[in-house]
Design a protein around this ligand. Sequence first.
Ligand SMILES: [Zn+2]
Length: 110
Amino acid sequence: MKNRTCIHCEDTFDLHSQLKQRVGGRINECPDCVVELQTEIKETIRAVSSGDGKMACIQILKFNNEDDADLYRKGWDQWSGWNNQRSGSVHDVAFTKIGENSGNDTRGNS
Ligand SMILES: [Zn+2]
């Protein structure tokens, strides 16, 4: 336990609580205020791999927050098979693609 006093609401919060760890923010802001005031601008970066074998492709995605990242990850797992019916949930998540490592570079060699 490491209690801090929030500069916004003067509430006492546990700096090491799971919620605080998850939402981020400064060390003198309680998780509630971080969420409410959206003071946390930390970007959540996730690498998502798709396909398998020679078609493997890694996308580096940037999400607004952990929840979005988790949501995307869940949706991704659900339709990871290319031929499966795709759930729309993944496309409801806001993210930015910041990188891609495609396995398609070797095409033409076969
Ligand atoms: Zn607060």
